[in-house]
Design a protein around this ligand. Structure first.
Ligand code: 523
Length: 137
């Protein structure tokens, strides 16, 4: 007997990069899945929502910033089978936004040099994206 395929969940995430080339990562809060791990901020795409619109919404809800769609640059895909779903997650690079970044939903935020990202424990979907970012930045 074969196992039923896992449902696919589409999540969008951003690598916000500041003028010094540091990348924003955010610590998942207690009480949520993967608590304590440092993720690229983002969230689930709602039914009928375009991925870019979902990311703009999530960045506003989670970090209080406004991002123009034109500032979301080409992405790399993460794909990881968690226990109960298969996560597909494009990562968008974003160098411009308006507003100050604040942790509205995360336990902490950190601006980190690409070479130091591996010092922060990440969800298994996010960790493989670090090598891509290091090469790009
Ligand atoms: N990830 C993940 N990496 C990453 C994000 C933004 C999300 O691995 N950079 C995973 C964590 C959750 C799932 O994707 O298992 C959905 O994330 P999120 O943050 O949108 O959802 P939660 O944890 O708030 O869950 P709900 O309450 O169901 O919305």
């Amino acid at each position: 007997m074969t196992d039923a395929p896992l449902p696919v969940v589409l999540v969008v995430a951003a690598a916000l990069v500041d003028v010094d080339g540091r990348v924003l990562i955010a610590k998942r809060p207690e009480g949520k899945a993967l608590a304590g791990l440092w993720e690229f901020p983002g969230g689930k795409v709602e039914p009928g929502e375009r991925p870019e619109a979902a990311l703009i919404r999530e960045l506003n809800e989670e970090l209080g910033i406004d991002v123009q769609e034109a500032c979301l640059a080409p992405f790399v895909f993460a794909s990881h089978a968690y226990e109960s779903f298969h996560l597909l997650m494009p990562l968008y690079l974003c160098r411009r936004w308006s507003g100050l970044v604040v942790a509205r939903e995360h336990a902490a935020l950190a601006w980190v040099r690409p070479n130091a990202l591996t010092d922060y424990p990440m969800p298994p979907a996010d960790a493989p994206l670090v090598a891509w970012l290091r090469d790009l930045l």
